[in-house]
Design a protein around this ligand. Structure first.
Ligand code: BGC
Length: 926
């Protein structure tokens, strides 16, 4: 080979190798694209101005993002080079979440395709992400041509518990013919009531009790289903089962607002495009037929469902049925006063099935099953029966000493299902239009000849359809049981709205309970959209009250025109928490006015900054001075609590104003907070000591955590608090409002060991006390039940109430040690504080807006080991509580500062390392 040929060959192979390896080295594409509060490729989406988020890959090549570009188009072919809706162009920014769409106005039904790419820390551009989509629902009332349709069930309804009307569930149908094959079809549907919809005999979705619960006098949410595959050329039928649900059921309390007298109605619009391009729309209207003579005879949220199989109507939801004997329906036009908007969070679904069931007792023709977990949802029963017999299905959370049901705490809720058999043999039944809170199920009325089997009952667990977002575990089984009780309590009470309890005659969106639990909830479950949806209901309800009142419960079925401190503050505290946890600024934009108005409600009630208003106060504090129901409000005076929350909400509004760039308002609210704080100290404190008749932990916790005292008196108040805790022999003495503040305050004071002692207390009142009594969920009261004394005598005694689970926040932030330092965990603090008297390991992991972050520590052979994952595009401060920097090993090597990892602080307590994204294993000697 000639020399020049040889060179040409070498050079060309170098070039081709380089281009091959350069290509290989292309920066990986972003992934996990989501819209607004975490939606993935949604259809029927609610927001025509969404925000866009993505994650950077975990890769050696990517530490951070320095710029991004998003492109949106009306068809996939236009991407990425010809986006006709919006091209953000290259934006120099680290932002990877909640980037606001700023393109062309989007319309109802529109489908949008989008992609994103980013530039890494070296200025290298990534591959484009895969194209994702979103499709809008019907955004405006004007998009609806259908009419509210249904039977007049008020006229033959029966009077149920407390004389509330019980409407008979309806079966509605409409047949239609399609002249051609279907190219695509969307079903837009909702109800005044709750529904289950079928097309040609098939269930359209597995949604439970849609559309869910909003202030129906303002807004009813609508659902969109892709039903292309359900339809066929020729005869088709749409069929709807309809019941009262929250709309006209007893839970609505018969107020004009939801109208217990109004018969449920369905609204649906089936929009079909045929293969020949022509369109056809099927509407709910006067051409529909209906009957109340179907198998579901009655159904109510509190009282249960009655199913009579003798009334089953074979084939009624298929086209092989003649509805000529059915009744004509009545219709109502849609009104401009009630907004029809696509549902902005996921529906309730059947999430898990409990199959590990035990038989507790068998008596003549009745048997009790234990599902071993207090749960929410419905049973699935498979039982042998005799024709004409009635199976009675009862529920309870716990048993009485004699093995019978404890149901006093269901109060007036009947919570009983009935099934009437049409033939001999095994029946299978699960109720459709009710839900129960229970651990035990009693069946009676089954075939007397049959021997009960554990397979007769399964528990179908239902809650809003969110996924796990974080985990927490430790070396202590009771702490793990507490985590389990907290997370069960959360799922059990997130039934479309955050409820206080799932079993008795309440199940309402109590604001105070929600306010204390939201950070723990957001850590454990992906509940961003769940909360923002409920906040919209809160805003709508507040807007009715021009003095800024936020009622106790949302949706407000009580309508007593009253506000409570610590409860209405949910309208300020929850948006602020969501912003800090997610980094989503739109939650502040949406709720800032509501927050200001709530502060103005305090102002309207205040004289010299001390509001005189209603309050549930430190609800259910243990050992109250007064017994019985009055004692439920605890001993901390409501005036103190009113003033503390007034100051705190004003303070948070000033912080929101700062984030939103409203400098003037930031100053105004900060000044107001200072003035209220000053009045608070002068009125309720003297030289750091609470001046009330009875010293309470909560009076100090509020004063300290809300920063209401001068620095010199704050120190004294801290000492008083310690004194109070000592007097209680290291037990907590707090109710709903004080409890979530206790760990935060003790932590700020450096009293971590004391907090551990309180948390690990076994005796009343404490977290482990209920565990020792057999709890599998959080209880409403510290003493809801004890093996020695039985049940609390008050019937308000839910065994599934999440408020005291708020300690979960401290468990993951401090025991495992993972907390957000900048909104959305852009910067995290990994600062576990182990206490070897109780634990030798703990860990938590969290799906942050940037990706997975985790902290996991263990102590073994006198060595402290901490494994940390820091998501791409974020950084962390890692606090190491043992050893010294000289004996610190990082990923197996002695610590050496680099651009990626630095020592930023050191003292005798701990030292602090700053790190960029990556995975690290730290080790020191104790
Ligand atoms: C509810 C609560 C609520 C409280 C207010 C109760 O009936 O269950 O959890 O916060 O009332 O007093």
């Amino acid at each position: 080979m000639k020399l020049e040929y040889f060179f040409v060959l070498v050079i060309s192979s170098i070039i081709s190798f380089c281009s091959f390896s350069c290509e290989k080295k292309n920066v990986e594409a972003p992934y996990a694209l989501t819209i607004s509060e975490g939606f993935i490729n949604p259809i029927g989406f609610y927001d025509s101005r969404p925000t866009l988020s993505w994650k950077l890959p975990v890769s050696e090549q990517v530490k951070s993002q320095t710029a991004y570009q998003v492109v949106l188009a009306s068809s996939e072919e236009l991407l990425p080079n010809n986006p006709d809706l919006w091209d953000s162009n290259k934006q120099d920014s680290e932002q990877v979440s909640f980037v606001k769409y700023q393109g062309k106005v989007l319309e109802s039904r529109q489908k949008v395709y989008w992609q994103v790419r980013y530039w890494n820390e070296n200025g290298k551009v990534s591959e484009w992400s895969e194209a994702n989509t979103f499709e809008l629902g019907l955004l405006h009332n004007i998009d609806w041509k259908a009419k509210w349709t249904g039977l007049d069930t008020a006229k033959d309804s029966i009077k149920g518990v407390r004389k509330f009307l019980m409407h008979k569930p309806q079966y509605l149908r409409k047949g239609f013919t399609l002249p051609n094959h279907v190219k695509s079809a969307r079903l837009y549907i909702t109800a005044k009531g709750i529904f289950d919809v079928h097309l040609n005999g098939k269930n359209v979705s597995d949604d439970v009790m849609p559309p869910g619960w909003t202030p129906y006098n303002h807004r009813i949410e609508t659902l969109t289903y892709n039903v292309t595959d359900f339809l066929e050329i020729g005869k088709n039928v749409i069929a709807v089962e309809l019941a009262t649900g929250w709309h006209s059921g007893r839970i609505s309390r018969g107020k004009a607002l939801y109208d217990n007298f109004a018969s449920p109605k369905v609204l649906c619009q089936l929009e079909i495009t045929l293969k020949d391009g022509s369109k056809q729309t099927i509407l709910s209207d006067e051409s529909w037929k209906g009957t109340t003579n179907g198998p579901i005879r009655l159904a109510g949220i509190y009282d249960g469902e009655t199913y009579n199989a003798n009334f089953e109507i074979p084939n009624w939801s298929t086209s092989n049925f003649d509805d000529v004997s059915w009744q004509n329906v009545e219709v109502e036009p849609i009104s401009d006063d009630v907004q029809l908007e696509p549902k902005r969070h996921t529906t309730v679904k059947n999430k898990t099935i409990i199959k590990d069931v035990e038989i507790v007792s068998v008596k003549e023709n009745s048997v009790i099953f234990n599902l071993k977990q207090n749960m929410v949802g419905i049973p699935n029963v498979k039982v042998p029966m005799k024709k004409g017999d009635t199976l009675t299905i009862r529920f309870s959370e716990m048993l009485l000493n004699d093995g019978t049901f404890y149901t006093t705490n269901y109060r007036s809720a009947q919570s009983t299902d009935y099934y009437i058999a049409a033939a001999d043999g095994i029946i299978e039944y699960k109720p459709k239009f009710t839900f129960h809170g229970f651990q035990f199920v009693e069946l009676s009325g089954f075939d007397k000849e049959a021997k009960p089997e554990t397979t007769w009952v399964e528990g179908i667990v239902q809650h809003s359809d969110f996924e796990k977002n974080g985990t927490f575990t430790s070396s202590h089984h009771k702490l793990n049981q507490l985590q389990s009780n907290i997370t069960w309590g959360l799922r059990d009470n997130f039934f479309d709205v955050p409820t206080d309890c799932p079993q008795r005659d309440e199940r309402l969106g109590w604001t105070g309970d929600a306010q204390v639990i939201s950070p723990t909830a957001m850590f454990n479950y992906n509940t961003h959209a769940f909360w923002t949806a409920w906040l919209q209901s809160m805003r709508e309800t507040q807007s009715e009250h021009n003095n800024g009142l936020i009622p106790f419960i949302i949706p407000d079925v009580l309508q007593n025109n009253n506000g409570s401190s610590g409860w209405g503050d949910a309208g300020v505290i929850i948006p602020w928490d969501i912003y800090n946890i997610t980094g989503d600024i739109s939650v502040l934009e949406e709720n800032y006015d509501m927050s200001k108005k709530w502060v103005s409600y305090y102002q309207s009630k205040a004289e010299n900054y001390i509001p005189n208003m209603y309050s549930f106060a430190d609800w259910l504090q243990p050992y109250p001075e007064k017994t019985g129901k009055i004692g439920n409000r605890g001993d901390t005076p409501k005036e103190l609590i009113n003033t503390a929350y007034f100051a705190h909400s004003a303070h948070l509004v000033s912080k929101m104003a700062r984030v939103l760039g409203k400098t003037e308002e930031e100053k105004i609210y900060k000044k107001l907070y200072k003035e209220v704080a000053n009045a608070f100290e002068n009125t309720f404190f003297d030289n750091g000591k609470f001046t009330g008749k009875k010293q309470t932990q909560t009076s100090y916790l509020l004063a300290i955590y809300f920063d209401l005292l001068k620095p010199e008196t704050k120190v004294k108040a801290q000492k008083q608090l310690l004194e109070e805790i000592k007097n209680a022999n290291n037990h907590l003495g707090t109710g709903f409002l004080g409890t979530p503040l206790l760990p935060k305050v003790l932590d700020d004071m450096g009293e971590i060991d004391l907090m551990y002692k309180i948390l690990f207390k076994e005796t009343y009142p404490s977290w482990f006390y209920s565990i020792n009594q057999g709890a599998t969920t959080m209880w409403e009261r510290w003493n809801s039940f004890s093996k020695a004394e039985g049940y609390n005598p008050q019937s308000m005694n839910s065994l599934n109430h999440y408020a005291y689970g708020a300690v979960g926040q401290w468990m993951y932030e401090r025991i495992a040690g993972i907390a957000s330092l900048e909104p959305g965990y852009k910067k995290i603090r990994i600062a576990p504080i182990p206490n070897t008297d109780f634990l030798n390991s703990a860990s938590a992991s969290l799906n942050t807006p940037y990706g997975k972050a985790s902290s996991s520590w263990k102590i073994e052979n006198k060595t402290f080991q901490l494994e940390v994952v820091v998501a791409p595009n974020t950084s962390a401060e890692v606090h190491i509580p043992y050893g010294s920097i000289e004996n610190l090993y990082v990923n197996g090597n002695l610590f050496k500062a680099t651009s990626n990892i630095k020592l930023i602080h050191s003292d005798k307590e701990f030292f602090v390392i700053s790190v960029n994204s990556g995975t690290y294993k730290f080790q020191t000697k104790l």
